[in-house]
Design a protein around this ligand. Structure first.
Ligand SMILES: *[C@@H]1O[C@H](CO)[C@@H](O)[C@H](O)[C@H]1NC(C)=O
Ligand SMILES: *[C@@H]1O[C@H](CO)[C@@H](O)[C@H](O)[C@H]1NC(C)=O
Ligand SMILES: *[C@@H]1O[C@H](CO)[C@@H](O)[C@H](O)[C@H]1NC(C)=O
Length: 508
């Protein structure tokens, strides 16, 4: 009792902190997007649907349908170039890139950097990762990806060095941050063509022996490139980029604990390697769904949607928008209703729970929640947990010792979630975004089921406050028939990392 009171007092203090110490929470304290400047207890918003969903029952037949792997769709991974790969006779110089964004944006940047180095016959320097203002993780390439594997897989395609030779050691981020420099390319247009690089970067390489491109995110077109260059991008994304061994080991341990929950005995700090290499009975493996839920304050505020936290939440999100984006992201000119019916609001944990329930997942479904910070905390997640009591995450599955190496490192945490997401039977995202796109592409490449929520349909269904469960369920089922992993060919301008067919896959 006393402990609880003390806890409550501490909680109150945290709530009051912004008032007591306003300076602490000054603008641009990007580091902690979820400061406790408001307190809203999110309540379920779709009570009548929820009541029916809690009583749902799914036939055995329907369940085995849901969990069945995708049928062969006639496409195979296909990333080797048709011509024998070859290194240029001579390197035109060193290519450096500086990558913004979170893990998945950086991942695409790496693939594009390899392609640009190939176009230019340049030697690629292992890309530099900028610290993202929201995620605040200073992990470098080698902290996240297995660099030796990366170099080795690509050794016949391009030359890669871990560091610049001494004569170019001046070419650093700090050097470019402090003045205008001739070796920095600052003006690469979004989705630049191969010719743009040949016209604008090759001369710099030839004059100075080095070129540094920053910014570089989304700076190479997806269209009108030679097939060999496209294939090379695929090879980087799907073969050369693997996570460092400790991320893979932790990911394997999590997957194994999801598949064999009854074998989960005492979890010790160092035994996950041994545990996962034991011989296991495939037939007794459980299936599981990974839900990617990006529902942090950043996302909530950016969408400008109403998430049911009342006036306090609305005000708090509007204020956050102002502070973080300084007027660049305006309070939307659309009402919440309009945003929803256009499918522009991320699904809340409650809504994604209702979607899964309507699709037929019953309460014995094992879920893994891949998420960073959920805005509103456990209160916001509790409805989803009611629908799916067997819900796990990194914290529930691994000890704090096991998580020590990834603690507070947004990119490494995301890498573990990516790994588990790639190895799940079914993957689903509560909102489109980089993680969703990256995993959608990677799972398509491996012919794995991915449910793509029909945001417009769901937005409209959730707006109908009098909709019955059976109408809701029927509409959801019909609206998602063709959104479970069926191959969709990439269209012009779309990303080949999201839609790997036909460039990264061949029809067999
Ligand atoms: C799952 O749902 C069934 C049928 O609605 C119910 O009887 C059972 O208690 C539920 N199980 C859990 C763990 O909630
Ligand atoms: C790159 O090297 C290849 C073969 O060595 C050559 O055919 C091509 O013209 C070179 N391209 C550039 C931009 O130097
Ligand atoms: C809302 O749902 C009810 C009951 O399911 C249905 O009869 C009605 O047509 C729906 N309204 C709209 C606007 O779709």
């Amino acid at each position: 009792m006393e402990l609880q009171q003390r806890g409550a007092l501490a909680g109150l203090l945290v709530l009051l902190l912004p008032l007591l110490l306003p300076g602490l929470f000054s603008p641009l304290s990007h580091a902690s997007p979820s400061t406790f400047s408001e307190w809203n207890v999110p309540k379920p918003r779709h009570l009548s649907l929820l009541r029916s969903a809690l009583q749902r029952e799914t036939s055995h037949e329907k369940l085995s349908d849901l969990w069945a792997p995708l049928a062969d769709q006639g496409w195979r991974p296909c990333v080797e170039s048709t011509n024998a790969p070859s290194l240029p006779e001579k390197s035109e110089g060193y290519l450096q890139v500086f990558l913004d964004g979170g893990l998945n944006q950086q991942r695409m940047g790496i693939c594009d950097a390899v392609a640009v180095a190939k176009i230019l016959n340049a030697t690629l320097v292992i890309p530099h990762f900028e610290v993202n203002p929201v995620w605040q993780d200073s992990s470098s390439f080698v902290d996240i990806f297995d660099v030796d594997h990366f170099i080795n897989v690509l050794k016949d395609d391009i030359s890669i060095v871990k560091e610049l030779p001494d004569e170019f050691s001046w070419s650093t981020r700090e050097y470019y941050a402090t003045a205008i420099r001739a070796t920095r390319i600052k003006t690469a247009p979004v989705h630049a063509s191969a010719n743009w690089y040949l016209d604008n970067v090759l001369p710099v390489l030839q004059s100075y022996g080095i070129a540094a491109i920053s910014p570089f995110s989304h700076r190479l077109t997806f269209d009108n490139l030679p097939m060999d260059i496209q294939r090379l991008r695929c090879k980087v994304n799907f073969q050369a980029l693997v996570f460092v061994p400790h991320i893979r080991a932790l990911g394997d341990a999590l997957v194994s604990r999801l598949r064999y929950p009854s074998r989960r005995t005492e979890v010790l700090s160092t035994n996950y390697l041994r545990e996962t290499t034991d011989v296991i009975d495939e037939n007794k493996a459980s299936k599981f769904v990974v839900i990617h839920l990006r529902f942090d304050k950043d996302m909530a505020a950016h969408s400008a949607c109403d998430f049911g936290g009342g006036k306090a939440e609305k005000l708090a999100l509007a204020k956050y928008r102002q502070v973080i984006w300084q007027g660049r992201v305006l309070n939307s000119q659309f009402t919440d209703e309009e945003l929803r019916s256009q499918g522009r609001c991320p699904l809340t944990p409650e809504e994604i729970g209702l979607l899964l329930a309507a699709l037929g997942f019953d309460n014995s479904t094992r879920l893994y929640l891949a998420s960073h910070k959920v805005y509103g905390g456990e209160a916001r997640i509790s409805t989803l947990r009611k629908l799916f009591p067997l819900m796990e995450d990194k914290k529930s599955l691994a000890s704090s010792d096991e998580r020590a190496q990834i603690k507070k490192k947004a990119s490494l945490l995301a890498a573990v979630d990516y790994y588990v997401g790639l190895h799940s039977d079914i993957f689903i995202s509560a909102s489109p975004g980089n993680m969703h796109n990256a995993l959608l592409g990677h799972r398509t490449y491996k012919n794995l089921k991915t449910i793509r929520p029909n945001m417009v349909l769901l937005g409209q269904l959730f707006l109908n406050k009098s909709i019955s469960w059976s109408d809701f369920q029927q509409a959801v089922l019909e609206g998602h028939e063709n959104r479970q992993g069926q191959i969709r060919l990439r269209k012009a301008k779309q990303s080949l990392y999201t839609y790997p067919a036909p460039h990264c896959m061949c029809q067999a």
